[in-house]
Unconditional design. Structure first.
Length: 255
């Protein structure tokens, strides 16, 4: 029919990621510098952590593959560390925070719990489905090839759905850290800093790759960059919006 525009259907996992991982609109500050800092804070630290090792491998072809493998494995560790780090930081914050001036603390925990649960569920779906594919192929393919292939197809579909959701959720997680911004605006920055230093200490004490002639301080580059960016973000929250760390103020009204 003339004049009719066909709008493509939005990806289901994108819709779910937006519904479960994005914070409420009234919890997001309308502050462009802070939005930029939030976007750079997570990925900037990871980029610096990878970049500081580049001089070690740029002239060594065999080390480039090690560099890529090391970076890939560390990126895979990030979701699991986040799911451990975020609850610990929130629990520590709850112990020291003053009573909220608007809304009970339990109400503020609902969004972060929903986001963390959705992220964990899809992470288990993706990882469990991948393990199930390998197990089914090795254990039952010779005895029941038809049923095994059908089961593998179902598992692959589950892996695809889990990976798609995680990919769509990652931008929101990197900025708002499982909607913890609904509890306090400073929490995403603090969780990111804790994660960055965890990765740095892991690289020092439990390295995935033995780098020749590498300084023991080298892994701290990414953590230091993340800390600096987060410190600027926290300073602006205090200077521009008057937010104090230990005080749960009224939720921002889109300032």
């Amino acid at each position: 029919m003339a004049g009719v525009t066909h709008v493509p259907k939005e990806h289901k996992d994108r819709v779910l990621a937006r519904r479960w991982m994005e914070p409420r609109g009234d919890a997001v500050l309308r502050d462009v510098p802070i939005a930029i800092l939030q976007a750079v804070r997570f990925w900037g630290g990871i980029a610096v952590a990878l970049a500081v090792r580049w001089p070690l491998v740029v002239n060594e072809g065999n080390l480039i593959l090690l560099w890529l493998r090391d970076g890939g494995i560390r990126l895979l560790l990030v979701p699991f560390l986040l799911l451990l780090t975020a609850p610990l930081v929130i629990a520590a914050y709850v112990l020291i925070v003053r009573p909220p001036t608007q809304g009970r603390l339990g109400e503020r925990l609902r969004g972060p719990l929903t986001a963390a649960g959705a992220f964990l569920g899809h992470l288990v779906l993706a990882a469990g489905g991948a393990v199930a594919v390998v197990w089914l192929g090795n254990a039952f393919f010779d005895e029941q090839p038809v049923l095994t292939v059908a089961a593998i197809v179902v598992c692959v579909y589950g892996v695809a759905r889990g990976v798609a959701f995680l990919c769509f959720a990652l931008p929101a997680v990197s900025r708002h850290m499982f909607r913890t911004v609904e509890i306090h605006q400073a929490l995403p920055a603090l969780i990111t800093v804790a994660l960055a230093w965890e990765l740095a200490f892991q690289d020092v004490f439990f390295p995935l790759t033995r780098w020749p002639d590498a300084s023991v301080l080298l892994p701290f580059g990414g953590a230091a960059a993340t800390t600096l960016i987060a410190a600027i973000e926290l300073w602006r929250l205090y200077a521009r919006h008057g937010m104090r760390f230990r005080l749960l103020t009224a939720r921002p009204a889109g300032r």
